[in-house]
Unconditional design. Structure first.
Lengths: 305, 313, 409
């Protein structure tokens, strides 16, 4: 069985990618199973999805603890402990990361285990589609190539899944074309079957009673949400061009998350640990003093603390 | 009597201090959060937020809260009743000397439009009828957003949701008109009702500040432009919120002791400009333009403002 | 005879009054309404220092009750039947908040068809809600159990809400002598309410009932509620001893009646247990060695006490005043489960379903129970569920069907 785990951010289309892969495998006569993890996923929040492909009946459900292939749609997730990208990875696992860096550069930055392959899907999408948005077809195509599925089945699976989402025929065609470019472009790593971890019985823990100050879903910490960084949600970061800023406060007023504060001399300071990259400030700035720069590994990239 | 802002005249009067801190998992570009953040700058930290099930449930997820104040998650159908319990208990404990007066709190219900317009209507009606001293903050994103945008009674005519898709039989998607919750509230005769849009922050801040002088139910309807459910780029949230007001679709108004005042009179751009920005209305423009549907929306807006201006004069 | 004549409903109201509650959100429903009427009057007259609010539904009522409790007030409320079910989702919220309020449920059978008289499908539907449950047999016990419920619920080792149950009509509207506990002694029994984890204040803000994502914290917190409920067994023991010391009346989690040498035992709950005791006396007079076990605390489930009371018996009959369609009696299942590991378990477990919708249980029906149970014990083979419903009653039923035109088709 091939077990493929997708990691991305809400809005990138990892659920659809897992379905494209599942549908493509199904079209080739395999048994397939795909499922997302539903939680409080929001546009930008870490999400994951799973596809299992086998010749024999699949007797697993839910999350994939020991994947053969991990597809990472957003490199900033690697350092985000909430995303759990590295769970259950061993030396046999193939990791695909959507990144403009090559595997060696990326490994130097992130000390990733496993066998790495990369392609700049975001760059391709920006170039071909002209805007940020879902890259499900691209992710699905890359995953399909890495598990050894055929081009035709990927093409057909994209049509089915994007059609289900209500995309226009022209948009589907565009996605197919770009996805198959990625299919051809991704450096292939053969997926090997790891031995998997040795199976031992779990050590069960029996909790004892605690008073409800601790033993109930109660938070006495004040405004501790700042401990959760959402900087990794960004594709683009707002960057200030100080000379152009007229100190009007509009960016501060309109930021939904309150990550912009104003200095005494009325210049905005952006909290990049929490800025989700919605670009409202860039859009609303009357003097174009805030510009969008793409987040990239290395250089200006934000990294979780 | 024309409305004049008394406290908030300049944008630099918006308080610098944040009361809803970052790190929540609400969507990037959330218009509801934008409105709440501005409201909280006036409400401060001595608050208990009584939350109804909805997108805002995700504000406080264990072990994180963005608030310096308190929070109680109730149910979708009964947050105003939760506010009743909290308010009454605070009053009783203060009256009995078990709670010092300086420990008193404002009670603020947070409810989405699904809760506000639909499920909690009985509970809200009861709370207003009992004269409960509380704030009600409805973040209205015109659909059940937390479940992926289904039809609610707040969904406007012509919008496509996942349970009011457009089809040959229903080419406009949603067929029903948006419920007029403002007038339903007003029929209860609470002292203070206001609509707000976060794109008009001074109007918003002023209304929250003014409300503080009233005892009893203080009800707010906040336009909560929603990139995820309305299908536009998150950066356009203020733009969408602005056009809602400038087209006249979202009137900014207050009802003080029943008397309605429009706090901003838009020049009324064509509704098309607002509709065009959003994916949920795209079917009104392509593949073929549904002139009749767009015209219908325009007519409703025009009729509203004609009546509003007639009443004024 | 000491005490004064009062209904079960008035006794319940007195329980709340003596507990010196701070807040009473209310909503009327037969046969509970008298409770909130009495409390409204007392709050209005100043006899009670509590705020009384008539809410817009039981759902709102339960929410306001829980919200006031978590703000730091001692809260009482009451409902019945459809009202309990209308409030149902909030029961789970309130217990999850660990808000130790007391809710009186006056049992009434559930619609459809709608009816007024009692059985226990309403209160037993809430058995998994995290509320503790005490089921009362007499008006005196209603009052006393409310005081005990507050003491147990508010204990730091428990901090869970509690339901005190009484049967509609058979207790709610039935007067019998009730001895009023001395208010000064009640103060000794029930200390002021100062929960560490509750109370919204400006200086100590907190978030309560917040969402948890992923199964791990959910599992932990739900299991904590289980541990808290199990702690209530020990806390009940202490409360029962203190109550007896102060008031001279003793209530344990279960009550045995003529159990000592009983070879067959009938298990019952609530007001009809009085009839069961009379039936035991009658059977004893005819030479049957039978006894009765009344379950008083249903949550936490007092498995050890039940095992000890039932071990070594020839046969046990469980009379369920409820019916789980497609399964049978609810308490039968729970008793059977807790006896499974008992080496000296009874030779036969018999399930009887009776008293549905307040239907009377006649002496003849009890006689049938004891006879069939004895036979099952001799044969070593359990029976049931056996419906307590007589031939005479069925003739009456057929007449009604004739009138309804049901036999035409």
């Amino acid at each position: 069985m091939q077990a493929v785990r997708f990691h991305g951010r809400g809005g990138q289309g990892v659920k659809t990618a897992s379905r494209i892969l599942g549908a493509a495998a199904f079209l080739e006569g395999f048994r397939a199973q795909d499922s997302p993890i539903y939680g409080a996923e929001r546009r930008g929040a870490p999400v994951s999805a799973f596809t299992r492909i086998a010749k024999e009946p699949i007797r697993e459900r839910g999350l994939i603890a020991h994947p053969n292939l991990v597809v990472v749609a957003d490199a900033s997730l690697i350092q985000d402990p909430a995303a759990r990208v590295l769970d259950g990875i061993d030396d046999c696992t193939v990791l695909f990361v959507n990144s403009p860096l090559n595997p060696d550069q990326l490994r130097a930055q992130t000390s990733l285990p496993g066998r790495l392959t990369t392609l700049d899907l975001t760059g391709i999408a920006l170039q071909q589609f002209g805007k940020r948005g879902a890259i499900s077809a691209l992710l699905g195509a890359v995953a399909g190539r890495l598990v050894g599925l055929r081009q035709e089945s990927i093409r057909e699976a994209i049509a089915r899944e994007l059609g289900d989402l209500g995309l226009a025929a022209s948009a589907i065609e565009r996605n197919q074309k770009v996805a198959l470019q990625c299919y051809d472009a991704v450096p292939v790593m053969t997926i090997e079957k790891g031995a998997g971890p040795a199976l031992v019985a779990a050590h069960l823990h029996v909790p004892t009673y605690e008073p409800p100050t601790r033993g109930s879903a109660r938070i006495s910490a004040s405004a501790n949400s700042v401990l959760r960084e959402t900087g990794g949600w960004r594709t683009f970061r707002p960057v200030l061009v100080p000379d152009k800023c007229n100190g009007c406060w509009l960016c501060f007023a309109f930021c939904p998350d309150g990550v912009i504060s104003m200095t005494k001399d009325d210049k905005p300071v952006i909290d990049y640990d929490h800025c989700k990259g919605c670009q409202i400030c860039v859009h609303e700035c009357p003097t174009e003093a805030l510009v969008a720069e793409r987040e990239k590994e290395g250089g200006v990239a934000w990294r979780a603390k | 009597m024309p409305w004049q802002r008394e406290t908030f005249k300049k944008i630099k009067q918006i308080p610098r201090e944040e009361h809803v801190l970052p790190g929540t998992t609400l969507c990037a570009g959330c218009g509801g959060l934008e409105a709440l953040r501005l409201a909280a700058k006036v409400l401060g930290d001595d608050v208990v937020y009584v939350n109804a099930a909805g997108c805002f449930t995700m504000l406080a997820t264990y072990p994180f809260t963005p608030f310096k104040g308190s929070w109680l998650y109730t149910t979708m159908g009964s947050a105003p009743a939760g506010a009743q319990g909290v308010r009454d208990a605070l009053d009783v404990l203060i009256a009995k000397g078990r709670l010092p007066k300086n420990e008193n709190l404002k009670v603020v219900v947070l409810g989405g439009d699904g809760s506000t317009y639909d499920m909690a209507l009985s509970s809200t009606s009861g709370a207003i009828c009992r004269g409960l001293d509380f704030y009600y903050f409805c973040y209205d994103n015109e659909g059940y957003g937390n479940t992926g945008m289904q039809l609610s009674s707040a969904t406007p005519y012509g919008a496509r949701t996942t349970t009011s898709p457009c089809s040959l039989q229903h080419p406009t998607g949603t067929m029903q008109e948006k419920k007029d919750i403002f007038e339903i509230w007003r029929a209860h005769k609470p002292p203070y009702i206001a609509t707000v849009s976060p794109r008009y922050p001074l109007d918003l801040e002023e209304k929250f500040a003014r409300a503080a002088t009233f005892a009893g139910p203080k009800l707010f309807l906040a336009l909560s432009a929603c990139p995820t459910g309305w299908l536009y780029d998150p950066s356009e949230t203020p733009e969408v919120a602005k056009l809602a007001v400038e087209t006249g679709l979202w009137p900014l108004k207050v009802a003080i002791n029943g008397g309605v005042t429009h706090t901003y009179i838009p020049k009324r751009k064509p509704v098309e400009e607002y509709l065009k920005l959003q994916g949920r209305f795209r079917h009104l423009f392509e593949p073929t333009k549904q002139e009749a549907a767009i015209h219908h929306i325009q007519e409703r807006v025009d009729a509203y403002w004609e009546q509003a201006t007639a009443e004024k004069s | 005879m000491a005490g004064e004549m009062m209904t079960g409903n008035l006794a319940a109201a007195w329980g709340a009054r003596l507990a010196d509650v701070d807040y009473i959100p209310a909503f009327p429903i037969t046969p509970q309404t008298e409770i909130v009427e009495a409390l409204a009057k007392w709050c209005e007259s100043g006899a009670m220092a509590a705020r009384f609010v008539t809410m817009d539904s039981e759902h709102s009522m339960m929410t306001a009750a829980g919200a006031a409790e978590v703000t730091g007030a001692r809260v009482f409320t009451a409902t019945s039947s459809q009202g309990l079910l209308y409030a149902f989702e909030v029961l789970y919220s309130v217990s999850g908040w660990r808000a130790p309020l007391v809710l009186v449920n006056v049992s009434r059978a559930l619609a459809a068809p709608i009816t007024l008289e009692p059985d226990h499908n309403d209160v037993l539907a809430a058995r998994d809600s995290g509320f503790l449950q005490i089921h009362a047999e007499t008006c005196q016990e209603v009052l006393d159990s409310i005081l005990m419920a507050y003491r147990i619920a508010e204990d730091e080792r428990v901090m869970l809400p509690a339901i005190v149950n009484l049967d509609g009509f058979y207790l709610s509207f039935t007067r019998e002598p009730v001895i009023m506990p001395d208010p000064e002694r009640v103060k000794l029994f029930l200390p002021p309410f100062h929960p560490a984890h509750l109370g919204f204040t400006a200086s100590a803000p907190h978030a309560l009932g917040v969402a948890v994502l992923g199964g791990v914290p959910y599992t932990y917190f739900r299991h904590q509620m289980h541990l808290a409920a199990m702690n209530a067994l020990e806390v009940h023991r202490e409360a029962a001893a203190a109550f007896e010391r102060l008031f001279g009346r003793r209530y344990d989690v279960i009550e045995g009646y003529r159990l000592d040498d009983a070879e067959d035992v009938l298990v019952m709950t609530n007001a009809f247990a009085s009839k069961g005791k009379a039936a035991v006396d009658a059977a004893r007079a005819q030479g049957r060695r039978v006894g009765l076990l009344r379950l008083r605390v249903i949550r936490p489930w007092p498995a050890d006490a039940i095992r000890q009371a039932l071990q070594g018996r020839r046969a046990v009959a469980i009379l369920d005043q409820n019916l789980a369609p497609g399964q049978g009696g609810i308490l039968f299942q729970e008793i059977a489960a807790c006896l499974y590991h008992e080496a000296l378990r009874p030779r036969a477990l018999c399930s009887f379903i009776g008293g549905l919708g307040g239907k009377n249980l006649s002496e003849g029906e009890f006689r049938a129970i004891f006879e069939q149970t004895a036979q099952a014990g001799v044969q070593g083979k359990g029976i049931g569920p056996v419906l307590l419903y007589t031939e005479a009653e069925h003739r009456e039923m057929v007449q009604l069907q004739v009138l309804a035109g049901a036999l035409k088709s």
